[in-house]
Design a protein around this ligand. Structure first.
Ligand code: COA
Length: 141
């Protein structure tokens, strides 16, 4: 199947993006909120198959020092085909000028990032917004 990539938020069907998040069982993302969030992101990537959005990823940053990769999602039926690796690599390269480029892995996806050369942080902190978030992301010692 031919996959096309887009770097633009122009003409995006945000309902499709919302549905993409649903396919990987992430919490509901309102299409309009997605449009606002992606439009404020420095680098965005979409992968499309026959005009349908099957993957996405984006970076947020302060324009000077810090950048973060977020919302890397590949639809289950397109996983394992190198789409996630390609989008992650492009977003990482696009953020080359920043001192820190970080990301928070979804639970269980750490090996995917390690395989692409990302290193686990020794000193990362997260403010706990919920017990679930603490359980998923915090080391309580
Ligand atoms: C994690 C995710 C983005 C990976 O995307 P993908 O397109 O399926 O991954 P790729 O096909 O590009 O895989 C690249 C390599 O990583 C490996 N890999 C992919 N997912 C992996 C996982 N969960 N654990 C270990 N290795 C993994 C692949 O086997 C492949 O290895 P290879 O280079 O030896 O062939 C995708 O599975 C996904 O969207 N999952 C649901 C949403 C999610 O959790 N996103 C992460 C947000 S932090």
């Amino acid at each position: 199947m031919e996959i096309k990539y887009s770097h633009s938020t122009d003409n995006v069907d945000w309902g499709q993006v919302s549905n993409l998040f649903r396919t990987v069982s992430w919490s509901h993302r309102d299409p309009d909120a997605l449009r606002r969030a992606f439009s404020r992101s420095t680098h965005v990537r979409f992968a499309l198959c026959k005009e349908k959005i099957v993957a996405c990823g984006r970076t947020i940053d302060d324009g000077e020092f810090y950048a973060m990769v977020v919302d890397l999602v590949v639809s289950p039926e397109f996983q394992g085909e190198g789409i996630g690796r390609k989008i992650l690599c492009e977003l990482k390269d696009a953020s080359e000028s920043f001192i820190f480029t970080t990301l928070i892995s979804a639970v269980g996806k750490e090996p995917f990032y390690q395989k692409q050369g990302w290193l686990k942080q020794k000193t990362g902190f997260i403010w706990p917004r919920s017990e679930q978030q603490s359980a998923d992301h915090a080391i309580c010692d």
